[in-house]
Design a protein around this ligand. Structure first.
Ligand code: CA
Length: 215
């Protein structure tokens, strides 16, 4: 689970990347030109940038010069070895040439995140610590037992923190994307999470829509 910024001007490719990364639990932000990409990258700390090289306004290489400390994977149609060298020399963590196999991209993302996100297996706030690798939650140092779907829901809320998520979106994130369940399932699990972890002030109800984890 990571926050990933995708800067790619070909919408179909951007959507394909976002769709597949979201399926494996990441939260993706998509922008479609170099200017928006640079602004987003600077205003918000992401766990990973996926940067196309040939972009309107600023190129991926130009964006890269302003980015420090955020892992980058270049995705580009250019197969020229000089570009690959330039990208890696600028500090990119990996470089993928279009057309690429989407599952390979997902694997490369996983590998880069594994290398760069040493501390990202944990999320702490208030008196709560969530350990994603062992799927444990602690409140005030004491472990709180969550059911699998309660943990998945908490994870989805934390990954998408500060965003309003519809009940349908949460259903698709937690109960797989084609689940035809009742959205009341979400309400029941939210109620339990609030009770077990004292998250009444963190998990806000968004009127007529769903929920938002505020932090
Ligand atoms: Ca392009």
């Amino acid at each position: 689970m990571a926050n990933i910024l995708i800067v790619e001007d070909e919408k179909a490719i951007s959507d394909l990347i976002a769709f597949n990364l979201e399926l494996v639990g990441h939260a993706c932000t998509q922008v479609f030109d170099g200017k928006a990409g640079l602004e987003k990258a600077l205003e918000h700390k992401h766990d990973l940038l996926i940067l196309d090289v040939m972009l309107p306004v600023f190129s991926g290489f130009e964006i890269m010069e302003y980015i420090h400390g955020t892992p980058v994977i270049f995705v580009t149609a250019k197969s020229c070895p000089a570009d690959r060298i330039k990208g890696l020399r600028l500090g990119a963590d990996d470089y993928i040439v279009k057309p690429f196999d989407i599952l390979e991209l997902v694997e490369r993302v996983k590998a880069v995140l594994r290398r760069t996100k040493a501390d990202a297996n944990e999320f702490a706030f208030d008196s709560i610590v969530i350990k994603f690798d062992t799927r444990q939650v602690f409140r005030g140092g004491a472990e709180v037992t969550l059911k699998p779907k309660e943990f998945d829901l908490l994870e989805a809320l934390v990954i998408n923190r500060n965003l309003a998520l519809s009940r349908e979106r949460l259903l698709s994130l937690v109960w797989t994307y084609d689940y035809e369940g009742d959205t009341r399932t979400v309400d029941v699990h939210i109620r339990r999470l609030r009770q077990k972890l004292g998250l009444e002030h963190r998990i806000k109800t968004v009127f007529k829509l769903g929920y938002r984890f505020e932090i």
